[in-house]
Design a protein around this ligand. Structure first.
Ligand code: A2H
Length: 253
């Protein structure tokens, strides 16, 4: 890790009804899963939202009255970044585990999919970001590996009580051209390295090295407002657009 704070864009993924029992008290509120990303320009390619089934999450209220879902650790950090009414304070309204919200539908900004679902990713870390990760399988090898695991293993979907319709219709979306890696850079890297699953730690680390910097420095947007432009040159503008439209917030840790 580098020195100094890391800036993340938190993507507000709006929870759609019907709400599961653990969060049904919020049925008249605006509830968001807030996903920490370093790649706001990839939000055109979101296919689902990841949470870790066994990890603890909380819901707390923001200064505007929205309900945010994240880890308690992230809520505490947010409370020191002007997200809550009183600096350094947040009330744990409910506490639950990822499994309790598995299969919930959310509406995410910019993606072509009208609604996407909360699905399990087993490698989410509890000490980074919000514990909620948005999935962009076109450009993130981790996301592609976790999505393939769910698609190809029916018992895996069964285990988390997921319906086929939450998983099978969702395919990586071509959103960025990475020279040498084509329009689905994560898929190219996954296949080149013959990655077997989301637990293929070393190969996934290699895949990320292959596509991450290259995507940033040489990637060209294929879709959206900034189609035809270099990723590097539009990343900030896209982040601003999301923030101005109240679809994202900036967060440091
Ligand atoms: B990125 P860094 Cl398209 N556990 O967003 C595991 N991974 C997490 C996480 C957690 N608690 N919180 C965030 N992340 C993921 C998009 C993306 C990301 C693309 C390509 C690469 C990429 C869509 N997923 O990250 O350790 C999030 O996934 C490659 C590093 O702080 C977030 O950005 O550097 C990134 O890891 C943050 O990782």
């Amino acid at each position: 890790e580098g020195v100094g704070p890391q800036e993340y864009t938190l993507i507000k993924m709006k929870v759609l009804g019907p709400l599961p029992p653990k969060i049904s008290v919020f049925k008249d509120k605006n509830v968001f899963l807030v996903a920490a990303t370093l790649r706001p320009e990839t939000m055109y390619g979101q296919t689902n939202c990841w949470v870790r089934p066994d990890m603890k999450y909380i819901a707390f209220e923001t200064r505007s009255g929205d309900i945010f879902i994240s880890t308690k650790r992230a809520a505490r950090n947010m409370s020191y970044q002007n997200f809550t009414k009183t600096e350094g304070q947040f009330e744990v309204l409910v506490e639950f585990i990822g499994q309790d919200i598995m299969g919930v539908a959310v509406k995410a900004p910019l993606t072509c999919y009208e609604k996407i679902y909360v699905l399990p990713m087993l490698t989410i870390k509890d000490d980074k970001g919000t514990g909620v990760v948005t999935s962009v399988p076109s450009d993130s090898p981790d996301d592609y590996a976790a999505l393939v695991d769910l698609k190809k293993k029916e018992p895996f979907r069964e285990k988390y009580k997921l319906l086929d319709e939450m998983v099978l219709p969702y395919e990586p979306v071509p959103i960025i051209d990475v020279p040498g890696f084509g329009h689905l850079s994560a898929v190219t890297a996954y296949e080149k390295l013959k990655i077997q699953s989301q637990n293929d730690k070393d190969k996934l680390a290699t895949a990320k090295e292959m596509v991450y910097l290259k995507g940033f420095y040489d990637g060209i947007m294929l879709v959206g407002e900034f189609a035809g432009k270099k990723v590097q040159s539009i990343k900030k503008s896209l982040q601003k657009l999301l923030v101005d439209q109240n679809q994202a917030v900036i967060y440091y840790e």
